[in-house]
Design a protein around this ligand. Structure first.
Ligand SMILES: Cc1ncc(COP(=O)(O)O)c(C=O)c1O
Length: 401
């Protein structure tokens, strides 16, 4: 008899463009940090839909906020005012220290907006600058601008030529950055914790080099906090832990808790160079997305979820380090708060199905890294059980090697 999974796979393979290599699981329901597949099996979710479901799944308050908004008004476009954009932008300004927000629908759109605003800044100043500096191991999205500042040849190659005015420097190499930056540089862009590139926090020394390069050349700094932002590292944004003062910040993923929304946060200095009509989005910041985001920010920053990250994060890290000590294939643990990577000595691909078999969802990134982005509401008891299952999965992979 065909299972739900067979039906889903058969239809997808006929009609859905085959750009994703999916894991052989169909999730149909979620509850907090748990997911359930079509056969009713339970999984601990240590990935949160790639850092999106910060409040876990089917959060009662988020469900209520979204359904109330859906019953009232979902979308009117940016041709008209609505009451929630200003409220959400005010919240983001207080959390980030950047004065203004442009709303969009995804991380890559937030990065695109930041790149365009940086170009616009120099254009308005009457001294156009074209160049961007980005980091090796960076990932900023799949659209042309974001892809142009993404280093991985695997993502870039088939779509070249991309923007020709991008220089890449080695992550955390302060001297290389100092040598690359000049008065031709429009902006330096970096993820404060590199995500897809293998969970690599920038060092404080490198952060100082960014600040120094910007001060010396006038270049703007764009912090891509799409993965590391909104409380994941125990602070609203990781640039704050590094002592950075970005001119632009890209936000996405967790902001809507699963409802698509992105945002480019902009300093007043940059905002002053933008004019009506310079950028836009049909959906960007619609009522439904803003309502979801306001609820998410309220839970994280007013109702104690950020304290949970600060409390559970260190125990999570200790548990990971203990686990690493007993597994020869784990070379290094990197991360902050509830954003962690296990650097393996080998391809991490087999860990994913081994973990799924044991009821825990993780992901491989940068070939050799197991990435963990659990919901920010995870308790230590839940984390203990989930990490116990991951421990067993690592053991199984080692045994099979
Ligand atoms: C740091 C970073 N920037 C940008 C993006 C692109 O976001 P989206 O997939 O929502 O376009 C991602 C996605 O993983 C990301 O991790």
């Amino acid at each position: 008899m065909a299972t739900v999974m067979d039906d889903v796979v058969a239809r997808e393979s006929r009609y859905v463009l085959q750009t994703y290599r999916r894991n052989a699981v169909t999730f149909v329901r979620g509850d907090g940090v748990r997911l359930y597949d079509a056969e009713g099996r339970e999984y601990f979710d240590l990935l949160s839909g790639i850092g999106v479901a910060a409040l876990g799944h089917a959060h009662p308050g988020l469900r209520r906020a979204i359904s109330e908004q859906a019953e009232t008004l979902i979308h009117t476009s940016n041709l008209f005012f609505h009451p929630l954009q200003g409220e959400l932008a005010e919240r983001l300004a207080h959390l980030s220290g950047l004065r203004r927000t442009f709303f969009c629908n995804s991380g890559t759109e937030a990065v695109e907006a930041c790149l365009k605003f940086a170009r616009r800044y120099w254009h308005t100043k009457g001294a156009p600058r074209a160049e961007f500096i980005a980091l090796d191991e960076s990932f900023h999205g799949r659209t042309f601008g974001s892809l142009s500042v993404t280093s991985d040849e695997h993502y870039r190659g088939p779509f070249e030529p991309l923007l020709p005015t991008v220089k890449f420097v080695r992550t955390n190499d302060a001297a290389a950055l100092a040598a690359a930056a000049s008065t031709a540089t429009a902006a330096i862009i970096a993820e404060p914790v590199i995500g897809e590139g293998g969970i690599r926090p920038l060092t404080v020394e490198f952060a100082s080099a960014i600040t120094a390069a910007c001060a010396k050349t006038g270049a703007l700094f764009i912090a891509d906090e799409v993965q590391s932002g909104i409380g994941r590292t125990g602070r609203p944004f990781y640039f704050q832990a590094l002592g950075l003062t970005p001119h632009l910040v890209a936000v996405g993923k967790a902001l809507g808790g699963g409802v698509p929304i992105g945002a480019a946060l902009v300093s007043q200095q940059v905002a002053d160079t933008l004019l009506f009509g310079d950028h836009g989005s049909t959906y960007g910041g619609n009522l439904l997305a803003c309502r979801a985001a306001l609820f998410v920010l309220g839970e994280i920053f007013d109702s104690g979820v950020i304290d949970n990250v600060k409390r559970v994060g260190p125990s999570f890290e200790r548990r990971l380090r203990a686990m690493a000590a007993s597994h020869p294939i784990v070379k290094e643990i990197r991360g902050a708060g509830l954003m962690w990577g296990l650097q393996l000595t080998r391809d991490a691909a087999p860990v994913v199905p081994a973990a799924l078999e044991r009821g825990v969802v993780v992901n491989r990134t940068a070939e050799t890294v197991v990435r963990l982005l659990p919901p920010l509401v995870i308790t230590m008891e839940e984390a203990d059980e989930a990490l116990g299952r991951l421990d067993a999965a690592l053991g199984a992979v080692e045994a099979a090697a």
